[in-house]
Design a protein around this ligand. Structure first.
Ligand code: TXA
Ligand code: MG
Length: 343
């Protein structure tokens, strides 16, 4: 696996050369990990089935889980989508480039493995200079799921990608730590109403303000429903030890930690900056961000889950958050990491 540093501090010539080489490899059908504003993606040419199958192999991803296609300008939509529903165009005009994916009717030009056989495709224009430049130089739309091993937390820095996929992919473009920290919002725009399939970087409130309303995939709130977004049905984002979300105030969490330790268990705690000092007695501690700014929680979420995956603990306790704004995406990911276990 080749590694290129393309952070802003790097000389412009070197950066350009790295991006050209990576784009060349994409054209040749190889897989390249690259940063977006949400998380790192593992990219390949969306028009080539051979290229796309390499993504599934590297990630160990179930083949029934379709990929998001990334584009650098709206003209490229023609290579990806059969048509653009008015709802999709509204979202595109308001939020692209940015952390939102629209599900639209798929073009027959796309590799069939991208859509996992569905007649729709998820497409987005990321707002990250490395991602946009890579797509532009490759000259093809780039399909990219998050660049983690299937089931693991999404990578928000190049180290995470290397940890999961070194030796399994052609290259990694290191653009530093990603901004948003959770994946894009996924919205189905093929029906009469917009349907939120996965909460993410653009909040439900922002969508409601734009569209007047948005339906929610029932599977987002009911455990026994099958999600419309195939990827949402798997346990996900999960450290190896079981995660429990602890309701209520920090006193309750402190009591839970003490009780588990009394039983001889090694306990990991994921806590906010405001509360971290109360958990110095935990066997492992990850600070996730600040309660005063939910965006910092989203930003630090996957690093915290990865820290806990490395820690030698029997169980992990984590604070809970409001579902307002980006909180909906944070709680959605935490609920998956915890396999729904709220105590
Ligand atoms: O922020 C992101 O979206 C990142 C970066 C790399 O762009 N990508 C990402 O991809 O999160 P991935 O593959 O990890 O998640 C894609 C999600 C899955 O839940 C998948 O099932 C859903 O989008 N999806 C893709 N195509 C779909 C379709 N045609 N219909 C319904 N859901 C779809
Ligand atoms: Mg993913």
């Amino acid at each position: 696996t080749k590694y290129w540093n393309v952070q802003n501090t790097i000389n412009e010539e070197i950066r350009k050369h790295a991006l050209e080489e990576a784009a060349e490899w994409i054209r040749k059908g190889e897989t390249i990990a690259f940063p977006t504003e949400t998380v790192y993606g593992l990219g390949a040419n969306a028009l080539s089935d051979t290229a796309i199958s390499r993504i599934f192999v590297a990630k160990g991803r179930p083949s029934d889980n379709p990929l998001i296609v990334h584009i650098a300008n709206q003209e490229q939509l023609q290579d990806v989508a059969k048509s653009i529903p008015p709802l999709a165009q509204k979202i595109i005009d308001a939020f692209w480039p940015g952390p939102i994916t629209v599900i639209v009717p798929a073009s027959s030009q796309l590799a069939t493995k991208v859509t996992a056989g569905l007649d729709t495709v998820g497409v987005r224009m990321p707002s990250h200079s490395v991602a946009l430049e890579l797509i532009r130089l490759a000259g093809v739309p780039i399909a990219a799921p998050s660049a983690n091993r299937s089931g693991k937390p999404s990578p928000t820095q190049a180290d995470h990608v290397a940890h999961d996929l070194d030796g399994k992919i052609a290259g990694i473009l290191d653009g530093g730590v990603t901004g948003v920290g959770v994946e894009s919002t996924v919205v189905d725009t093929t029906g009469e109403h917009a349907v939120l399939l996965r909460p993410g970087g653009i909040s439900k409130e922002q969508l409601v303000e734009l569209l007047g309303g948005v339906d929610e995939d029932p599977a987002l709130t009911k455990a026994n429903e099958t999600p419309k977004s195939p990827g949402m049905k798997y346990r996900h984002y999960a450290p190896s030890a079981p995660v429990y979300l602890v309701k209520g105030d920090k006193e309750r969490l402190i009591d839970k930690v003490k009780a588990a330790q009394k039983e001889g268990k090694h306990v990991g705690v994921i806590a906010t900056e405001e509360h971290a000092s109360f958990f110095s007695g935990a066997d492992a501690l990850a600070v996730i961000g600040s309660r005063s700014q939910l965006s910092t929680i989203a930003h630090g979420l996957y690093t915290a889950l990865r820290t806990m995956d490395e820690a030698n603990v029997d169980l992990i306790y984590c604070e809970t958050f409001t579902r307002e704004g980006i909180g909906l995406a944070i709680m959605n990911r935490l609920m998956k990491a915890a396999n729904g276990q709220v105590i």
